[in-house]
Write a protein that binds this ligand. Structure first.
Ligand SMILES: [Zn+2]
Length: 331
């Protein structure tokens, strides 16, 4: 049952969201200087629900006219963590069970990959999946949509796929294309795949630092035998002293591959695009709710399903790196 105060709050949120969308839109600059108004307006504000659905009703047909894509409840005050908690609750997940705030690894992973928790699709129920069963359980609950893009069959959550197909059509209309990078793995992945990817960097780096005399044989064998969560923790500790585990041993492994169980690809909300270097393609993806949210992972896009102009209100900040933009948690 509705209460007057919630109804007023709903209206206030809607008003703020609409005003923000109207007044704060600033096109992302790009080398070609072309306007992206067409695709920006095609992806509309997502403010048709309250932060706690069930307590309010969509205001009117007004949002229906504006919004082609159904959305989350719109930003709540309080920055990234408040919005994350609100979105988890919206999906029936207790934030306390999703994130162990006292765990250094989880905090670090949240600050690196956390934008995905704001998605208007189904957010992952925890920072770190720990088994194949957990991942496949989530994937079947969230729903798996298959499509052929550029000759490759890929799988994503239904909302993410719909937005990607729309982006692909928008790109085609401009004589561009959006295609998966490195086959089907550009989208949905299994837990074991993320474990393989982790090991491809982790084991190589162990050999490297062993040969440089920075790690002893004992340390190497101990690290290999650790349970995965502890292994990630130890790797991040070693990186503090310059023993890096990425491909070139000069940066954190987290910018090279995700820790096992933490990849946004497990949530079927990530897509690696071949054409990531084209700023026009990035604008089209952004206009359809797809943004880069993992620094240094240049081909990797995350389905947030939100308007770019709303992202700061959700607690994300825009950072520029190597001429490209990323939206990361402002924490
Ligand atoms: Zn990726």
């Amino acid at each position: 049952m509705k209460t007057p105060s919630i109804s007023l709050r709903t209206r206030h949120l809607l008003l703020v969201a609409v005003l923000t969308a109207v007044s704060c839109y600033q096109p992302v600059s790009n080398s070609s200087g072309q306007s992206n108004d067409e695709s920006e307006t095609s992806y509309a504000s997502t403010s048709s629900e309250t932060a706690e659905p069930g307590n309010g009703t969509p205001d009117s047909g007004r949002e229906k006219e504006e919004n082609q894509v159904e959305s989350s409840g719109g930003p709540v005050g309080g920055g990234f963590r408040a919005n994350l908690e609100s979105n988890l609750k919206r999906n029936g997940v207790d934030p306390a069970s999703a994130i162990d705030q006292s765990n250094a690894v989880e905090s670090r992973i949240l600050s690196e990959y956390g934008a995905v928790f704001l998605t208007s699709a189904v957010p992952p129920p925890k920072v770190m999946f720990t088994s194949e069963a957990e991942v496949s359980g989530f994937q079947s609950k969230a729903g798996v949509e298959q499509a052929n893009l550029g000759g490759t069959s890929i799988e994503l959550q239904p909302k993410a796929m719909a937005a990607l197909k729309k982006a692909s059509e928008d790109a085609k209309a401009k004589g561009l294309s959006i295609t998966p990078r490195d086959g089907a793995e550009a989208a949905r992945r299994s837990y074991s795949k993320t474990l393989d990817l982790w090991n491809s960097r982790f084991l190589k780096a162990l050999d490297h630092w062993r040969s440089k005399g920075r790690l002893s044989a004992d340390q190497v064998s101990k690290l290999k035998g650790l349970p995965i969560k502890q292994q990630v923790s130890e790797v991040l500790e070693l990186e503090k002293s310059g023993i890096y585990f990425n491909t070139f041993f000069n940066n954190s492994i987290l910018y090279s591959v995700a820790a096992p169980g933490t990849s946004q690809h497990l949530s079927m909300l990530a897509f690696d695009a071949t054409e990531f270097q084209n700023p026009e393609v990035r604008k089209i993806l952004a206009a359809n709710g797809w943004f880069r949210t993992v620094q240094n992972d240049e081909p990797h896009f995350t389905y947030l399903g939100l308007m770019e102009s709303d992202l700061p209100a959700y607690g994300l900040k825009r950072v520029s790196k190597n001429g490209g933009e990323y939206w990361i948690p402002d924490i």
